[in-house]
Design a protein. Structure first.
Length: 457
């Protein structure tokens, strides 16, 4: 065999670009849940119009806490049972359609306190099933990519989600929320029907862009090894065995789950509290913060695309560590720029500082999130990826109180100064970076305790 033939034989098989494209389109459509329903439009509508006076926020927070607890207790077992039954793709279809139906049903939540319980129940249940859908969606990355190119594939998917969020947010905001009536479709503002119609547009958006993946016949790794059905109790017993096994046999995977849970909580806080900081500390108006939100998603998407390229070349751990360290430094600089500063001949206003360093924060959040998924995907045995991604979701949920709790404590001790939010985020990110020191780049699948295979499909 010649050297050319050897090189060709050693070259990896080309990726199936069509599968990557339709997989990424699902993320593009799914962005409606976080960007439109939870963060910028419908969550605010429920808090302000359906349950004014803080009641809406209180009810919504309580409902989301319950949903988060259910996710933490059930996600790994749901992923495990989907894997063992060879039904990962089927459950992606089912959960996606449930989420779409719940999003659309939010249209019936009128701006009346009598609809508050209905509204928060729909929102929390939507969050619950969206987490289950993403669990199966994330595990499918092992079916469309190999280990050497998983970083760029994850980056493409994550970046597509950011970009999709920007587009649908702009459509519903400028078409249905902003300006004077008549709005899109000739809607007026009686009973806030224009805002409620956002739910219908969001549901249609997700349906349209998820259909290519949902309708494409696709053989997933979990279908190759199918086990007999076991009881729920046995599923939890196996889950406990998995955690014990990781601690005993695969500390790298164990510590990655712990570390990523901590720093991902800090990453989430960058977006969760960024708008609050912009308005209360850096003097942004509501319109300014919306424009910043769109620009921030563009920056995060660009970061995810670029980070995916570096991920495949230097490994996901280095990308994550670099991004988290950069976030810590950038946030620390921003802490001191809430007043006008002179840097040589330049005068830096708080608004300008937030635009510069706030967007820089967004740039580093994108690749940190994308490389975290790629890291775990490299560790996950393809036939059991759902179970490991379920454990990944549970680990994140189990510490999701850290950043909000620390920020609440700091705000109390700081007399309500919202700058304390920055300190809280920096502390959590630093703790995540410290535990990441115990982790090295993935060199092979996680050592998950296997069970007897009874039937092969």
């Amino acid at each position: 065999m010649t050297s050319t033939e050897s090189a060709q034989a050693a070259a990896p098989a080309p990726l199936k670009k069509r599968l990557i494209a339709i997989w990424s389109l699902w993320s593009w459509g799914n962005a409606t849940v976080s960007a439109v329903m939870v963060t910028f439009v419908f969550g605010t509508y429920i808090a302000d119009a359906v349950g004014p006076g803080g009641q809406g926020t209180q009810y919504l927070t309580t409902a989301n806490t319950i949903a988060g607890l259910i996710i933490a207790l059930t996600a790994p077992v749901i992923g495990q049972r989907a894997d063992n039954g060879g039904r990962r793709r089927r459950w992606l279809v089912i959960n996606t359609l449930i989420v779409i139906a719940l999003v659309a049903a939010c249209f019936f939540v009128k701006p009346d306190q009598a609809y508050l319980v209905l509204g928060v129940t729909l929102m929390a249940t939507m969050t619950l099933f969206d987490e289950f859908a993403n669990l199966n969606y994330n595990s499918m990355i092992t079916d469309i990519s190999d280990s050497e190119r998983m970083g760029r594939v994850s980056g493409i998917g994550w970046g597509s989600g950011y970009l999709g969020g920007i587009v649908i947010l702009a459509i519903v905001y400028f078409g249905l929320v902003a300006g004077e009536p008549p709005h899109m479709f000739g809607l007026g503002e009686d009973e806030m029907v224009n805002v409620r119609a956002v739910a219908l547009v969001a549901a249609a958006w997700f349906l349209i862009f998820s259909l290519p993946l949902l309708l494409t016949p696709m053989k997933t790794a979990d279908q190759r090894l199918v086990e007999e059905k076991v009881s729920i109790l046995e599923s939890y017993r196996r889950l406990i065995g998995l955690v014990i096994g990781l601690w005993a046999e695969d500390r790298n995977t164990f510590w990655f789950l712990v570390s990523s849970a901590i720093y991902r909580d800090g990453l989430s806080a960058v977006f969760t509290y960024g708008a609050i900081l912009g308005v209360t500390v850096f003097g942004f108006t509501t319109s300014d913060i919306l424009l910043f939100g769109i620009a921030g998603n563009v920056a995060a998407a660009a970061g995810a695309f670029i980070g995916g390229w570096f991920d495949d070349r230097v490994g996901p751990r280095r990308v994550i560590a670099t991004c988290v360290a950069a976030l810590i430094i950038t946030a620390a600089i921003l802490y001191f720029l809430d007043v006008q500063r002179s840097i040589g001949p330049l005068v830096l206003t708080p608004q300008t500082a937030f635009w510069i360093f706030g967007l820089l924060l967004c740039v580093f959040v994108g690749p940190a999130q994308s490389s975290s998924r790629a890291f775990l995907a490299r560790l996950a045995p393809p036939s059991r990826a759902g179970e490991l991604f379920g454990l990944y979701a549970t680990a994140g949920r189990s510490v999701s109180f850290l950043t909000p709790g620390l920020i609440a404590l700091l705000l109390f001790t700081a007399g309500g100064d919202d700058k304390a939010i920055i300190i809280g985020v920096v502390v959590i990110l630093t703790a995540g970076l410290a535990t990441l020191a115990l982790v090295h780049n993935p060199t092979g699948p996680a050592k998950m305790r296997e069970h007897r295979i009874l039937r092969s499909s």
